[in-house]
Design a protein around this ligand. Structure first.
Ligand SMILES: [Zn+2]
Length: 231
């Protein structure tokens, strides 16, 4: 991890610009033996928090790839800067999906072994299963907040594919454009993100992104199509 972390920082600094400060990493573990096991991660400006809980034997068996993925996701949030501070929970797919996607790109660049495509496959299953139960995005994500990560990863992946097809700006440049609007005072969220993306994406995709959280829109149809187009 101490070899990979600096590489991770270099990767993101190269794509999204230097942070201009040295972030602090806080990792902690609490031993609980009531059968609960898991982890939480979070960021505050300049700080990454990672916490694990569970029985020691379970924690020791944590997959190193999964661990590196978690760190990459949290580091990606730091480089997302102000754009990550989305106001409405319903908009969480932009920063959670993009953090997963950026984490995947960083992972592939440091340890190329197809982990991103594996995560995308898992996200397809997770996202579409939730949307089959609740085709309306707000309902699905309220019931299962993982929807923001899984469906978000698929949407950001599809956006990146479109940008590449059109030989347009990179997904990092798009994020930075959006984030700089937020640092200039615009509210962080899907509206500003889509506004920043508008000149670079097909109008149909923009329309669908604008409608994603409205109650009459089938997120299931939209995301199933994105998945079909990308396979
Ligand atoms: Zn996150």
């Amino acid at each position: 991890m101490n070899i990979h972390l600096p590489k991770l920082m270099d990767f993101f600094a190269d794509k999204m610009g230097e942070l201009g400060y040295r972030p602090a990493l806080f990792a902690s573990y609490s031993s609980v033996d009531d059968g609960r096991v898991g982890h939480q991660g979070g960021t505050l400006p300049g700080q990454i928090f990672m916490h694990w809980y569970g029985e020691k034997s379970v924690i020791e068996a944590i997959d190193v790839d999964e661990l590196f993925w978690l760190f990459s996701h949290e580091v990606a949030h730091l480089y997302q800067r102000e754009g990550a501070d989305v106001i409405e929970t319903a908009d969480s797919w932009i920063h959670e999906g993009a953090a997963d996607y950026f984490a995947g790109l960083a992972f592939e660049s440091i340890l190329p072994k197809g982990f991103l495509s594996q995560k995308i496959k898992q996200a397809e299953q997770g996202c579409l299963a939730s949307l089959e139960d609740n085709p309306v995005y707000l309902d699905a994500s309220r019931k299962n907040p993982r929807v923001h990560y899984d469906c978000g990863l698929l949407i950001i992946n599809a956006i990146d594919k479109k940008l590449k097809d059109q030989d347009s700006i990179s997904i990092y440049e798009l994020w930075n454009l959006y984030s700089s609007k937020v640092s200039a005072g615009a509210p962080a969220g899907v509206d500003q993100f889509v506004l920043a993306a508008k000149p670079y994406l097909p109008s149909e995709m923009i329309k669908n992104l604008e409608k994603l959280k409205t109650p009459e829109f089938s997120a299931l149809k939209f995301i199933s199509k994105l998945v079909a187009d990308n396979t």
